[in-house]
Write a protein that binds this ligand. Structure first.
Ligand code: DOR
Ligand code: ZN
Length: 430
């Protein structure tokens, strides 16, 4: 199987033709010589070519939440968004806390074949926080789990967290923490600050994130383990991460597209589409997120793609579920918040949306350079395109995008997984 990508600009640089043979890049140049007659042609029209995007944090809802998303619909969203690998969080029903469940998720992803679906295993049984799940069994299962998280909930108990990190060190896996001191966020409905006070919503203090991250960095240092901090939202957390990294702690961190762009100023209308955990914070926080991502204190962008069917979202603020769609809008939001202001170039986008996520998730065939001999996991982007977001036009049964009606820059023209086109011109290629 041969694919010829004509007139593509890797990382925005000079245009080249790229020949892909059996899933591997075999020639890069002008007018490759080795293309057989039945070669499939992808005319890239001078667009920007990036390595396929890798998302460390998505919720695919299967098993148990199929009214909101399935592994199939989430795979569609991923391919359309430029992704070639995603990590599926374990807050499913049943929870992804045994080899049986993680193997099911991995197998279902492979059957669909649009994106590599890597299940994240739960840290604790049932994500209840009291007893460790069988991390080693999940790691050595056919699902080859490399990241463990109780995401949706924080691993609160420092004794459990310490033990999880010790196992993680021995197994060479990562613990991804949803950093939220639940005692400090009881009843919380919005970022604790002026907006929440005015709206009469109970506050989620930024210190509930910062204190857990500080504690976990100390525990990770002692255990010699790899800690990953999910969805950083507070500028104070950045100072903790910077200090821990300077000490050599094995800590990485992600920021979501919505925490790069949106603030709690959007809460005035009490529209639950803006409800998310951690909550939207202030303009000072979004600005600090952008700078930390440019600097590398925050390593990656992860979507926290969190589909919720309308019955869970179109309800009053207090009972609506937290979470936002992200897979099909993330690259555009990163272009808008990071590329347009000059904080990242295309190499930088590749770093935070593909290379570093693949390193953290331990995926040797993802996030690779666009070079001869490398696997052809690719994402072709038209940087000059503009599009208007419509939730109902996005893949899957949920429409909870916070960007409804917004015009965003940059469109994914094609996604290539191991030499096979999985999405093209906004349509999935089955
Ligand atoms: O907003 C969120 N939604 N935050 C989480 O931690 C979980 C997620 C979900 O599963 O919907
Ligand atoms: Zn979370």
């Amino acid at each position: 199987m041969t694919l010829l990508i004509k007139n593509a600009r890797p990382y925005g640089e000079d245009a080249v033709d790229i020949l892909v043979t059996d899933g591997v890049i075999t020639e890069i140049g002008t007018g490759p010589t080795g293309a057989p007659d039945d070669t499939e042609i992808l005319d890239a029209d001078g667009h920007v070519l990036l390595p396929g995007l890798v998302d460390l944090h998505v919720h695919l809802r299967e098993p148990g939440g199929e009214e909101s998303e399935t592994i199939e619909s989430g795979s569609h969203a991923a391919a359309l968004g430029g992704f070639t690998a995603v990590f599926a969080m374990p807050n499913t029903d049943p929870v992804q806390d045994t080899a049986v469940v993680v193997e099911h998720v991995r197998r279902r992803g492979a059957e669909i074949g649009l994106v590599d679906v890597h299940p994240v295993g739960a840290v604790t049984q049932g994500r209840k926080g009291s007893q460790l799940a069988e991390l080693g069994t999940m790691a050595s299962s056919a699902a080859q789990v490399r990241i463990f998280s109780d995401d949706g909930s924080c691993v609160d108990d420092p004794v459990i967290m310490r033990r999880a990190l010790e196992y993680a060190s021995a197994l060479d896996v990562v613990i991804a923490q949803h950093a939220e001191d639940h005692r400090l966020t009881e009843g919380a409905q919005a970022h604790e600050g002026a907006t929440a006070a005015r709206l009469g919503l109970a506050g989620w203090p930024a210190t509930a994130e910062e204190t857990i991250v500080a504690r976990d960095c100390a525990l990770a240092r002692e255990a010699g383990a790899a800690l990953h901090v999910c969805h950083v939202s507070s500028l104070h957390t950045i100072a903790v991460l910077r200090a821990a990294k300077a000490q050599g702690v094995r800590v990485s961190a992600e920021v979501t597209p919505h925490h790069l762009l949106l603030t709690d100023g959007r809460l005035a209308g009490y529209d639950p589409v803006n409800k998310v955990n951690p909550p939207l914070r202030t303009g000072a926080d979004t600005q600090a997120m952008r700078e930390a991502l440019a600097e590398g204190v925050i390593d990656v962008v992860a979507t926290d793609h969190a589909p919720h069917a309308h019955q869970y979202k179109d309800t009053e603020w207090a009972v609506a579920r937290p979470g936002m769609l992200g897979l099909q809008t993330s690259l555009s939001v990163v272009i808008h918040t990071m590329v347009e202001p000059g904080l990242l170039d295309w190499h930088g986008v590749a770093r935070v949306m593909s290379e570093r996520p693949a390193e953290i998730g331990n995926l040797p065939d993802q996030g690779r350079p666009i070079a001869v001999g490398e696997p052809a996991n690719l994402c072709l982007v038209d940087p000059d395109a503009q599009w208007t977001v419509r939730g109902t036009a996005l893949a899957g049964p949920s429409a909870n995008t916070p960007y409804e009606g917004m015009r965003l820059p940059g469109a994914v023209v094609a996604t290539v997984l191991r030499g096979r086109i999985t999405a093209r011109d906004g349509k999935v290629v089955a």
